[in-house]
Structure formats: structure tokens, C-alpha cells
Design a protein around this ligand. Structure first.
Ligand SMILES: Nc1ncnc2c1ncn2[C@@H]1O[C@H](COP(=O)(O)OP(=O)(O)OP(=O)(O)O)[C@@H](O)[C@H]1O
Ligand SMILES: [Mg+2]
Length: 297
């Protein structure tokens, strides 16, 4: 286990910003903390990074507790990364390495990773917002940490800037690192995360796997007299991703290209008469959209 929180709570006066939050983040996961503005995402990240004092509950890094030294293995960017405007990217990174006492910072690798190597000697003040954000990512990667924390990494960026940051995150994910990412964008979580939790008013209202809930897989339930035969037919179709038995039916996960009509036709062709054929939409996705839409208003 990389990170575990139990009953983590933060109150600001009468406001409970984070309310008894339980989270479990495991090695290699890209964990999305999804929720509308004010739902407690930044406060949560602040607590697990030890920059915000918790009111109650606990958290544990690497199953070793809250010791601040454990955070050496965690790279983070919280809301507004601070750099010196009149210094270059390279000079800023050198300062970061000094402050964080990073022994062998690989500047070139970090800068290349975020596509800023060519611009490394330009002043920070001449950078676009997207470049500033990418420099922040480079700075969080300097110590080659196993875990990265990003708070709203694409906030304020244009579509191209958003795509660049997403690709960098996917690349980091490909390196096997564990990432915890706060976002109010369902789309962002859907595109880069493996797991996610939804926060509302500081409470966790959902936690699960992105694939199981948000991805473009449809679930279709099938019933007939000869389930084994139906299963055999379906298992030979590449569009069928997964089949299991439940309550006397076959529950399949299928590519959206495979419609109920198509399944019906395939079965008919093979002499199987279906007594039950139900398309199951994940209504969670609709719920999330509704929750997140509230926050846009
Ligand atoms: N320093 C503070 N003093 C008082 N209240 C605070 C403080 N920081 C946060 N809050 C309150 O705690 C709640 C959660 O805020 P937080 O910044 O964690 O939300 P968030 O999910 O990160 O929102 P956003 O999407 O806008 O970044 C909000 O009601 C906020 O007003
Ligand atoms: Mg925030």
C-alpha cells in the first residue's frame, strides 16, 4: 500500500472541509480525487503532504505512518507552484534541488520529459501557462520519486496545453509510478486515471476502478435455455471483453460496437433463442456528471 487514510478530517471553524475520509492508493495506480470546487481535494492533499494540519483521523505513507521524512519519496505540485520569474527554468530547477537536498538531480531528463529542454535557458517569466505547469511537473520529478501528487494539473490551460499535460501524466504512469491527481473534470479522470474517488462536501461518496465504471465498455445481460452454448458463441467474438455468470444470466462486458441487436442476430444465426437481453448502462457516470455539473453553475 502506498497511501492509506482513515477517517481523515479537517475542520476550518464550522466548515468541515474533509469529513472522515478513507482512501487506499496502491503501487502503480493513477488515483483520481474527483469532486466539484470546494469539495476538499486540495485540503486532503495538503494534509497527506503535511502542509495542512489535520483535525482528526490518520494517514500512512508506505505503511510506515506520518513521518515527514517519508515524503522524500513523494513529488508534489500543489495549487500554485512558485518559481523565480527572472531566472531560467534551469536555474529554478537548481534552486529546487538545493532546497529539497536532492542528491543527483537529472535536470536534462526532467526537462526533456516535459518538453522544455530546448527552452531551459529562457526566463520563467517568458513561459506560457502550459510551460509553467510543465516546469512544475519537471521540478516534482527531479528526485525521481516513486509517487507524484498533482493538484488540478490542467487548470486554466487551453486544449493543446491540456493534451500536453495529459500525455506527460500518461508517460509517468507508463514508468510505473504511482500518481494521485485531484481534478474537478470527469473527462480528465477518465482519460488518465486507473482508480478514483468522488468527493462531495468533504465526504467520499464513491471509490472504484475507472474501467469498471467510466470507460467505454457496455454491459449486456443475456438469458437463454443453454447458457453454455451462448457463452461459447460469445467467447469467440473479439468485441466481447468479459463474460461471467450472475443470477442465472450471462453478464458480458462488450465493446460499444456490439449492440444488443447484433447479439440477438448472432445468437439467432446459431440457433439460440434469447429469453433475456438487457443493456445495462452505468448510471454512475450520469450521476457523476450531474454532481460535477452542479459545480459549474
Ligand atoms: N485556509 C482555509 N480557511 C478556511 N476555509 C478553508 C481553507 N482552505 C479551504 N477551506 C474550505 O474548505 C473547503 C474545501 O476546500 P478545498 O480547497 O480543499 O476544495 P477543492 O476541492 O480543492 O476545491 P477546488 O476545486 O476549488 O480547488 C471549502 O469550503 C473551502 O472554503
Ligand atoms: Mg483545490
Amino acid at each position: 500500500m502506498i497511501l492509506e487514510t482513515q477517517g481523515l478530517t479537517k475542520r476550518f471553524g464550522r466548515i468541515t472541509a474533509v469529513d472522515s475520509l478513507d482512501l487506499e492508493v496502491r503501487q502503480g495506480q493513477v488515483y483520481g480525487l474527483l469532486g466539484p470546487n470546494g469539495s476538499g481535494k486540495t485540503t486532503t492533499l495538503g494534509m497527506i503532504l503535511g502542509v495542512t494540519n489535520k483535525t482528526g483521523g490518520s494517514y500512512s505513507w508506505f505503511e510506515k505512518g506520518e513521518d515527514y521524512r517519508l515524503r522524500k519519496q513523494v513529488g508534489a505540485i500543489l495549487e500554485h507552484p512558485i518559481f523565480y520569474p527572472y531566472l531560467s527554468a534551469m536555474q529554478n530547477l537548481r534552486i529546487t534541488a538545493l532546497i529539497k537536498e536532492i542528491e543527483k538531480p537529472d535536470y536534462a531528463h526532467a526537462l526533456k520529459m516535459v518538453g522544455l529542454y530546448e527552452r531551459r535557458n529562457d526566463r520563467f517569466s517568458t513561459y506560457s501557462l502550459g510551460m509553467k505547469q510543465r516546469l512544475a511537473i519537471a521540478s516534482s520529478m527531479l528526485s525521481d520519486p516513486g509517487v507524484l501528487i498533482f493538484d488540478e494539473p490542467t487548470n486554466g490551460l487551453d486544449p493543446q496545453g491540456i493534451a500536453e499535460i495529459r500525455n506527460i501524466i500518461l508517460e509517468i504512469r507508463g514508468m510505473g509510478k504511482t500518481i494521485l491527481l485531484a481534478s474537478h473534470l470527469l473527462d480528465e479522470v477518465q482519460k488518465v486515471c486507473t482508480h478514483f474517488a468522488v468527493l462531495r462536501n468533504g465526504k467520499r461518496i464513491f471509490a472504484g476502478e475507472v474501467d469498471a465504471v467510466l470507460n467505454k465498455k457496455n454491459r449486456i445481460e443475456i438469458g437463454c435455455a443453454d447458457l453454455e452454448k451462448a457463452k461459447h458463441i460469445l467467447s469467440n467474438d473479439q468485441r466481447v471483453l468479459h463474460i461471467e455468470h450472475a443470477n442465472g444470466y450471462l453478464v458480458t462486458e462488450v465493446d460499444p460496437l456490439l449492440t444488443t441487436q447484433e447479439i440477438n442476430r448472432i445468437m439467432m444465426d446459431q440457433g439460440v433463442i434469447l429469453s433475456h437481453l438487457v443493456f445495462k448502462r452505468s448510471n454512475l457516470e450520469e450521476q457523476f456528471l450531474a454532481i460535477l455539473k452542479e459545480s459549474d453553475d
